[in-house]
Design a protein around this ligand. Structure first.
Ligand code: NAD
Length: 507
């Protein structure tokens, strides 16, 4: 394996993301030999830290990962701190000098990766200064990783994109959606394109509906202030859910590479129906959690959370129905559901196949259940997190003299050991950016189309300032309206973890 020669500059080097995710990810890349001797990291933020203080923070953030103290200390010695206010033009001169010096010392060939791990309000300022203050004149490559959110609607995203593309070429921009770094999200393509069984049936002739769930059991925690301005639609649907949907719905790419995958994803996103206000009301449901109790624990409602407006109309839950108007998917609803304070944390996708065209068993009678036999639809489930794997439900025959159908599940889950050794999303994504591979990042055209889809929904909700926002008790899977939405079409949510608690009287 060839080590990467690179200078990584992290804006927001004292922040939460840097400490919890970026430093441990860089350390894992170091342990695996992707980073070795010829790399250096500059951390910048406003605090007046010294290199020593910064290295102590690095050591603390990798404390459980290092196999020896020597390894940890050698790794940390590659880190340099530069106090810097991103609004202050003069500070960039100091930063440039340090960058040039480290470039020479570590023989980095002028390769530079900038990681913007700061509030999005600064993204434009930073990239403009990188150019104007000569940080991008070195010999090697210049790439920028941009954290989410990329804009707050299409107009702001477009303005931000203009600022960034004035400085960096699209091929040098790596917009993070950390979901795309997850092992099982990447596995969607393996399941689809490496199995004749599925790809042959991956269309409206055989699939009844698709369900994408991104449930969180946490509330807004200390992010109340941010969340109240954003809400579930912008926080989860615009990025993660539409990205997953694009991966599920796209046509098979001509080759498994960045350009081909991207072009198919963009086509899929463009085929998603844009709703007018009336269609939004019919196809989308929002919700807000109120006080609830699950398994003996009581949780407060959203409006009681810290830093949340007590009259807030921000949604903490979204369920909706998308249509993809192309030959493959015409008529197949793609249901999406996401929210906070739901029963369980879990990201899972259910592909619900159509029932057999004729029920040959309709005349057999299940004595015990006193009902006629009806085959269950086959369901392919992809478990993204916290468990990873997939299952396929099939119908068999129950052993015995009667002819009773027996639904069975072929189930595969990654073991705890595999999960423990799964690279962190950030580790995979940083390595991709060092390799110049943008497959698992979002292209501007994807971001633009996702905002156009979401803006229509947001606009309809914002225009409606009077109707009650449906509520759901903390610990449940959303308001009744979300169940009606899918029941209207004669379907139901495949994943209902709340039933387990209800049956035991714990909800
Ligand atoms: P944070 O508030 O913990 O860190 C912000 C950093 O910016 C700090 O280092 C601070 O010193 C620095 N900073 C602020 N103003 C500055 C200025 N004028 N000049 C120089 N430095 C300044 O934020 P965070 O949670 O680390 O998030 C950073 C980015 O990552 C955001 O875009 C966020 O949306 C995104 N993100 C964070 C997480 C997470 O888990 N924390 C997850 C996903 C995305």
């Amino acid at each position: 394996m060839q080590e990467k020669k690179v200078l990584i500059t992290i804006f927001g080097g004292t922040g939460d993301l840097a400490q919890r995710k970026l430093y441990p990810s860089l350390f894992r890349l170091y342990q695996k030999g992707h980073l070795k001797d010829q790399f250096a990291v500059i951390g910048t933020a406003r605090r007046p830290w010294s290199n020593e203080k910064y290295r102590e923070v690095i050591l603390a953030s990798i404390a459980n990962l290092a196999s020896s103290e020597e390894q940890a200390v050698t790794f940390a010695s590659h880190f340099y701190y530069q106090s810097h206010d991103v609004n202050d033009t003069n500070h960039y001169a100091t930063l440039k000098n340090l960058a040039d010096e480290l470039d020479r010392e570590y023989e980095l060939d002028g390769n530079r990766l900038f990681y913007l791990a700061m509030s999005p309000t600064f993204f434009g300022t930073i990239v403009n200064h990188l150019k104007s203050q000569g940080m991008l004149t070195s010999e090697g490559y210049h790439r920028v990783i941009i954290e989410k959110p990329f804009g707050t609607d299409f107009a702001t995203a477009e303005a931000l994109n203009k600022e960034i593309t004035n400085v960096f070429d699209e091929s040098e921009i790596y917009r993070i959606d950390h979901y795309l770094g997850k092992e099982m999200i990447q596995s969607i393509s393996a399941v689809r394109f490496a199995n004749m069984l599925f790809e042959a049936m991956w269309n409206n002739r055989y699939i009844d509906n698709v369900q994408i769930n991104l449930a969180e059991n946490l509330g807004v925690e200390e992010r109340g202030g941010y969340y109240d301005q954003s809400g579930a639609l912008k926080d989860m649907v615009q990025n993660h859910i539409l990205q997953v949907l694009a991966l599920l719905a796209m046509d098979p790419p001509a080759a498994f590479n960045e350009a081909e995958i991207r072009s198919e994803k963009i086509k899929a996103l463009r085929a998603i129906r844009l709703y007018d206000e009336e269609e939004v009301a019919k196809n989308f449901v929002r919700g807000q959690y109120v006080e609830g109790k699950i398994a003996g624990r009581k949780y407060q409602g959203y409006k009681e959370e810290e830093n949340v407006n007590p009259d807030s109309r921000t949604e903490t839950f979204v369920a909706g129905r998308f249509y993809i108007d192309n030959f493959r998917w015409s008529g197949v609803p793609f249901y999406v559901r996401t929210g906070k304070r739901m029963t369980e944390k879990g990201t899972r996708i259910n592909i619900v196949f159509k029932s057999v065209p004729i029920n040959l068993f309709s005349h057999s009678f299940d004595e015990e259940k006193q009902n006629l036999q009806k085959p269950e639809p086959n369901v392919l489930t992809i478990y993204i997190q916290p468990t990873e794997g997939f299952s396929l439900s099939l119908n068999g025959k129950e052993v015995g003299n009667n002819f009773n159908l027996l639904p069975v599940k072929l189930d595969y889950r990654n073991s705890a050991e595999i999960i423990a050794n799964t690279p962190e999303a950030y580790e995979k994504l940083i390595l991709d950016s060092l390799n110049g591979d943008g497959t698992n990042f979002t292209h501007w055209q994807e971001v633009a189309q996702s905002w156009k889809i979401v803006d229509q929904i947001r606009k309809a909700w914002d225009n409606d300032t009077t109707s009650e926002i449906p509520t759901y008790a903390a610990g449940t899977m959303g308001p009744d309206e979300a169940f009606h939405l899918i029941a209207e079409d004669g379907f139901e949510w495949v994943w209902q973890p709340d039933n387990w608690y209800r049956e035991r009287g714990e909800l």
